[in-house]
Design a protein around this ligand. Structure first.
Ligand code: NAP
Length: 484
């Protein structure tokens, strides 16, 4: 076991101070693998949030005008700090969230990679000189940090979701007020400690925990917060979009998904099963880009189901900190009950369980990785995110039918397809109404590419060169009277 106690931070970072809630009240944080309490965090509310916004506003004055090389230098130190502490941060993450250690290590590494990427990308964030219609003018298009940024993050990737927001914001010259999810606050608060140790000035990064509704509403109502970046459920995202209207804030939203995973008759079966396993069972099926609906063409259906069920049944379930474990506990009992309800609904409507199907013998929030066939468009998971280790397999006959079914959802985050037909790959690229598409690949998230959904899955992009755009205001300046 690696000692992670220095990252069990039981206070908020506001300006240069680590403080509790004004009321003294706290929220308990538990380990989903054991149910044991890890510690507490402050139950902050409006007053603490206002102070964090004020600290971020004060720090913005100098941070936004600081030398680019200074900001890049600090970000490089932050990257090093993350990697130097990777093992402790991974243990912390596994203990509060449940995912196996190898996944947690990967999450810390990708968080560091986002920091490195945006430290590089900011050096290429060029403006433009646009050709003017008349000879005596020069037209400049320039980028400027948007101001104080509010960042609200979910429990499923509590470290890397904050990385995708903090890194571009800091690189662009913005200051941040962040609120991590209450179930997994320590991985968020750890960023505050690491930023402090890397030498970021006080007030540039502020992190507070507490009532989501109150902190969220305070951030949204503040005219001093010019942008809000949110990752979480579509329902909360819609509330925040509504709340942004009064102050006309920029918002970017990474919301829920309902990913189709389509396997055509001509697919490489080994590759399709391998891709399915990672697209479905990573983080116990609790990722926004998780395969939610498997559409499998009739000719390969039985062979694919057999192989998927074998691989699913062989997954090692246990505490994420144990060597060899591939599936940890789910985040809480509500999540377990949602999967159970979906399975019961599907069985009622004619589906069959091939493997798994019930709570795991470990008890608590462990659930058996499950494969179910005979799925239809009337079943709950056809329209709702499962967010658990359940593979629901639909059978289809034609490409047209698969495409239509894949798009029959209000979501549009990730989609996957396995085929060896190059023409079909391009038809899917054009036809799938999704922001992220994996052809013959089940894991496609990378810092170099823009991540973000269409339809009710979100607004804006994180990562890639596009991931900086939302943290800038773009100004156009016409300079006349130059005597040219
Ligand atoms: P959630 O319930 O929407 O919570 C996300 C964050 O919002 C948490 O910090 C939560 O705080 C906060 N929150 C809740 N109600 C709020 C309100 N009224 N005002 C302001 N903030 C509020 O989502 P979740 O269950 O943590 O995460 C799972 C969801 O996130 C799934 O739908 C998943 O698909 C989506 N997700 C999307 C992406 C993406 O990139 N598109 C990535 C990861 C996850 P508390 O924890 O204190 O309630």
């Amino acid at each position: 076991m690696t000692d992670y106690s220095r990252f069990v931070l039981e206070s908020n970072l506001i300006g240069d101070r680590w403080t509790g809630a004004d009321s003294g009240e706290t929220i308990a944080v538990t380990n989903p693998a054991t149910g044991a309490q890890i510690g507490t965090v402050p139950a902050s509310g409006e007053a603490e949030t206002m102070r964090a916004i004020a600290a971020a506003k004060a720090a913005f004055e100098s941070w936004s005008k600081s030398d680019l090389s200074y900001r890049v230098g600090l970000m490089n130190r932050l990257n090093d700090a993350l990697l130097d502490n990777q093992e402790a941060l991974a243990w912390l993450l596994t203990c509060e969230q449940g995912k196996p250690l190898f996944e947690a290590r990967g999450e810390i590494a990708i968080g560091a990679a986002y920091v490195r990427w945006f430290a590089e990308e900011i050096r290429r964030a060029k403006g433009e000189i646009v050709p003017a219609p008349t000879r005596d003018r020069r037209l400049l298009v320039t980028h400027h940090p948007v101001g104080v940024v509010g960042a609200i993050t979910p429990w499923n990737f509590p470290s890397s979701m904050l990385a995708r927001k903090l890194a571009p914001a800091l690189a662009a010259g913005c200051t941040v007020v962040a609120k991590p999810a209450s179930a997994t606050p320590y991985s968020g608060l750890a960023w505050g400690k690491l930023c402090e140790e890397a030498g970021f000035p006080a007030g540039v990064v502020n992190i507070l925990t507490g009532s989501a509704r109150t902190i969220g509403a305070t951030i949204m109502a503040s005219p001093d917060v010019r942008k809000v970046t949110f990752t979480g459920s579509t329902e909360v995202g819609k509330t925040l979009i509504r709340q942004s209207a009064d102050t006309v804030k920029k918002v970017s939203m990474e919301l829920g998904g309902n990913a189709p995973f389509i396997v055509f008759d001509d697919a490489d079966l080994d590759a399709a099963v391998e891709g399915a396993m990672v697209a479905k069972y990573r983080n116990m099926g609790q990722t926004c880009v998780c395969a939610n609906r498997f559409f499998v063409q009739a000719g390969i259906h039985d062979a694919f189901v057999k192989r998927l069920a074998e691989a699913t049944g062989a997954l090692v379930v246990g505490s994420g900190t144990e060597e060899g474990v591939q599936q940890g506990p789910m985040i809480d009992l509500n999540a377990v009950e949602k999967v159970e309800t979906m399975i019961a609904d599907a069985l009622d409507k004619g589906a069959n369980v091939v493997t798994g199907g019930k709570r795991h013998g470990n008890g608590g929030t462990y659930f058996e990785p499950t494969v179910l066939t005979g799925a239809t468009g009337e079943m709950m998971f056809a329209s709702d995110e499962i967010f658990g280790p359940l593979s629901a397999v639909f059978r289809f006959e034609t490409e047209e039918e698969a495409l239509q079914a894949a798009n029959a959802t209000r979501f549009g985050l990730a989609a996957y397809a396995y085929t060896r037909d190059l023409g079909r790959a391009f038809r899917l690229n054009e036809g799938l109404q999704y922001g992220l598409i994996g052809i013959n690949a089940g894991l496609i998230t990378t810092v170099e590419a823009p991540f973000g959904g269409l339809k009710e899955s979100g607004l804006g992009k994180e990562g890639g060169s596009q991931g900086l755009e939302d943290y800038f205001d773009t100004k156009y300046t016409a300079i006349a009277g130059l005597g040219l």
